[in-house]
Design a protein around this ligand. Structure first.
Ligand code: ATP
Ligand code: MG
Length: 346
C-alpha cells in the first residue's frame, strides 16, 4: 500500500513555534526521509471560515502567510503538494455524504471542539459548519487516502472521528476508504506547546505566541517577558521546572551541543534543571540561553522567508499548481466513493 501523508493548518494567522514543534518540524523530516510516496499539505481556509465567517479577509490574507511559513521552514513543493482546501469542491461533496454517517451527539462529545466552543463563547450559537468541521476533516484526510497524519495532540479526536467514518463507510458500502494513523511528536514537550504566558496552549488567538516570522528583537522581548515559576523570586530560591514554559521550550528545542556553545558550565538540560530546582540559577540566565537556542533555529527560517517574500506571485503559483494536482486525486476518490454508494447514475 502507498504511504501518504496529509496534514495542514488553518490560515487564521501566521504559524508559531507551537505549530513548528507540534507538526511542521516533523513534516519536514518526513518529507526529506523519502519514506512517503505522496505528501499533501492543506491550507484549510474553508475550515477557518467555520468560525471566521464575518472575517473572510483575515483568512484570505493568511493563506499566503502560512504558505510563506511552510516554504521558509523547508517544505519543498517538489516533494510536498501544498493545496488550498476551498478550491477543491470534491472535498465538500465527500463531507456531505460523510455527514450521514455521524450523529450530532457524537460531534458534541468531541473534546477539542468542546473546548474550542467554550473559548469562542459559541455555547448558545454554534455555527453548524463549526460543529461539523471534524467531518470535513475526515473528507480532507480520506480524499487523499492518507495513511499518516502528523499533527499536534489536539487533533487526536479528529483522527478518531475520521477512523470511525472510514470504518462505517467501508462496512456499509464496501472497502473503499483508507483508515489513517495519527503521528504525534515523540517529544512530550511538543505535543501541546504552552504559550509564553504559561497558558495551556500557544495559540494564534491568545496573544501568547512566538511567531516563526517574528524579528530577532521581537523573539528576544517575548522570551525575556515569559512567565516562569512565580515563586522563584530570588536567584537563590529553589525553582520549579514542571509547568514552567521556559523549560518546556528548552525541552522542545535545545540539544546538548547548545550547552557547549552558550553555557559550557552545564553538560545538558538535566544538569541545568537540577541547578534551577536546587536554587542558585536565575530566570534571566535561563531566558538568555533559551533566546540563543531559539534564535539559532529561527534565523535561517527568517532569512528564507525574506527571500520568498520578494516573489509573492511565485508563491501563489506553487499554491495553484499544488491545488490543481490535489484536485485530481480528490476527484478520483470521490468517483470511487460514489461508485461504492451506487450513486453514479449516468
Ligand atoms: P486556531 O486557533 O485558529 O485553531 P491553532 O493555533 O490551533 O489555530 P491550527 O491551524 O488549528 O492552529 O493547528 C495546526 C497544527 O498545529 C495542528 O496539527 C495542531 O495540532 C498543531 N498545533 C497548534 N497549536 C499547537 C501547540 N501549541 N503545540 C503543538 N502543536 C500545536
Ligand atoms: Mg486549532
Amino acid at each position: 500500500m502507498k504511504k501518504v501523508i496529509l496534514t495542514g493548518d488553518r490560515p487564521t494567522g501566521r504559524l508559531h513555534i507551537g505549530h513548528y514543534v507540534g507538526s511542521l518540524r516533523q513534516r519536514i523530516q518526513l518529507q526529506n526521509s523519502g519514506e512517503f510516496d505522496e505528501i499533501y499539505i492543506m491550507i484549510a481556509d474553508a475550515q477557518a471560515l467555520t468560525d471566521n465567517a464575518e472575517n473572510p479577509e483575515k483568512v484570505r490574507q493568511n493563506i499566503v502567510e502560512v504558505a510563506l511559513d511552510y516554504l521558509s521552514c523547508g517544505i519543498d513543493p517538489e516533494k510536498s503538494t501544498i493545496l488550498i482546501q476551498s478550491q477543491i469542491p470534491e472535498l465538500f461533496e465527500l463531507t456531505a455524504y460523510y455527514m450521514n454517517l455521524v450523529t450530532v451527539s457524537r460531534l458534541q462529545r468531541n473534546p477539542t471542539v468542546k473546548a474550542e466552543i467554550q473559548m469562542r463563547n459559541f455555547e448558545a450559537s454554534i455555527p453548524v459548519g463549526f460543529l461539523a468541521y471534524p467531518v470535513s476533516q475526515a473528507a480532507d484526510i480520506t480524499a487523499f487516502k492518507a495513511t499518516t497524519v502528523p499533527v499536534g495532540e489536539d487533533q487526536q479526536p479528529m483522527l478518531e472521528q475520521t477512523r470511525e467514518i472510514v470504518r462505517k463507510f467501508n462496512s456499509i458500502y464496501g472497502e473503499t476508504l483508507v483508515e489513517p494513523e495519527i503521528l504525534l511528536p515523540d517529544n512530550k514537550a511538543c505535543l501541546r506547546l504552552p504559550g509564553t504566558d504559561g497558558k495551556a496552549k500557544m495559540s494564534k488567538s491568545l496573544n501568547n505566541a512566538i511567531y516563526l516570522a517574528d524579528s530577532e528583537e521581537e523573539v528576544r522581548q517575548k522570551v525575556m517577558g515569559m512567565f516562569t515559576d512565580p515563586n522563584h523570586i530570588r536567584v537563590t530560591d529553589p525553582g520549579r521546572v514542571e509547568g514552567n514554559p521556559v523549560f518546556t521550550y528548552l525541552d522542545a528545542f535545545c540539544r546538548d551541543e547548545h550547552f557547549e556553545r552558550y553555557l559550557p558550565e552545564y553538560k545538558n538540560l538535566d544538569e541545568m534543571k537540577a541547578h534551577y530546582t536546587r536554587g542558585g540559577l536565575g530566570d534571566v540566565k535561563v531566558k538568555k540561553f533559551l533566546n540563543a537556542v531559539l534564535q539559532e533555529e529561527l534565523e535561517p527560517i527568517r532569512r528564507r522567508r525574506k527571500e520568498f517574500e520578494r516573489d509573492i506571485p511565485y508563491v501563489y503559483e506553487i499554491l495553484r499548481k499544488g491545488t490543481e494536482a490535489a484536485r485530481e486525486v480528490a476527484a478520483r476518490t470521490l468517483a470511487e466513493v460514489k461508485k461504492a454508494m451506487k450513486i453514479n447514475y449516468f
